[in-house]
Design a protein around this ligand. Structure first.
Ligand SMILES: NC(=O)c1ccc[n+]([C@@H]2O[C@H](COP(=O)([O-])OP(=O)(O)OC[C@H]3O[C@@H](n4cnc5c(N)ncnc54)[C@H](O)[C@@H]3O)[C@@H](O)[C@H]2O)c1
Length: 265
């Protein structure tokens, strides 16, 4: 099916690493023009180079910390200046460190809140103003299956991701009348295949400290589909939700891409 994403202007935050990287490559493969906002310029530039070689679309990187409103305004301004529009926003940035809540500190909570939630608010506000003016657009936010059931060692992160699910439903209700669709994707454990797929600020830099090989086998065994997710799995769902041709009547939905880890009725 033609997703109709050819020539569309897409912003992907955190597009340098792992899932974000796969999303950027997937949109570029569909012929979209992508603007990446990331704090890791080296890694994001590598992804842009890879995408520009492979796909028909083009990718440009704008250094952006999504927690800073002035930097988000510059990111969105750059995409509009280059392509006259933003058709799709993918709020992909997220960050966590696994630890029990009682071990965590208020400084840690603040960082989790800023990166995972305030970043989404900043990007959504600036892009929504523009989409409402145009009477069209699609926003996809990357949440987590940690938002759908309690996940030990991810208390504050899971709470912020649950906030994203609720926020996206509300803005879907508020802005459907302006032709703006808002949906959420919840990955489960989704690991990079090689070290080249992640940047130095990726939460997967110390992958072995997060999950041992043994734990990975156990995680896969407990999933209905018996396998760990790959970044491309998430990217495929994002393309679907971003596409008016495929998902033109879909808004306010929370879609898990997690091998069946959670099933919400
Ligand atoms: N990988 C998983 O297992 C998994 C599971 C559930 C949900 N998620 C969610 O998927 C999304 C992507 O995860 P990932 O595994 O690809 O993460 P990652 O850590 O590999 O990549 C995150 C990217 O965001 C960038 N970034 C971090 N802070 C930033 C900021 N303040 N401003 C701009 N850029 C920033 C990093 O430089 C990096 O390029 C996140 O929202 C994450 O919470 C991931």
């Amino acid at each position: 099916m033609d997703l109709g994403l050819d020539g569309k202007s897409v912003i992907v935050t955190g597009g340098g690493s792992n899932i974000g990287r796969a999303i950027v490559l997937a949109f570029a493969g569909e012929g979209a023009v992508v603007t990446v906002g990331d704090i890791d310029m080296d890694q994001a530039d590598r992804v842009a180079e890879e995408a520009n070689k492979k796909g028909p679309g083009s990718v440009e990187v704008v250094p952006t910390d999504v927690t800073q409103m002035d930097q988000v305004e510059r990111l969105v301004g750059a995409a509009i200046e280059r392509h006259n529009a933003v058709d799709v926003l993918v709020n992909n940035v997220g960050w966590d460190q696994l630890m029990y809540f009682v071990q965590s500190t208020p400084d840690f909570w603040q960082r989790i809140i800023q990166v995972n939630y305030v970043g989404v608010l900043n990007c959504t506000k600036v892009v929504l103003d523009h989409m409402i003016e145009r009477n069209r657009g699609a926003i996809v936010s990357i949440s987590s299956d940690a938002s759908r059931q309690g996940e030990p060692r991810e208390a504050v992160y899971g709470g912020m991701k649950a906030a994203i699910n609720s926020f996206m439903k509300t803005i879907a209700k508020e802005n459907g009348r302006f032709g703006v669709r808002c949906n959420t994707v919840c990955p489960g454990v989704t690991i990079p295949e090689t070290d080249e797929e992640i940047g130095s600020s990726s939460m997967w830099v110390n992958k072995d400290q997060m999950f041992t090989e043994e734990q990975m086998v156990k995680v896969a065994k407990n999933l209905p589909l018996k396998k760990i997710g790959r970044p491309q799995d998430v990217a495929n769902a994002v393309l679907f939700l971003a596409s008016d041709a495929a998902a033109g009547h879909v808004t306010g939905q929370v879609l898990s891409v997690s091998g069946g880890y959670t099933m919400v009725g």
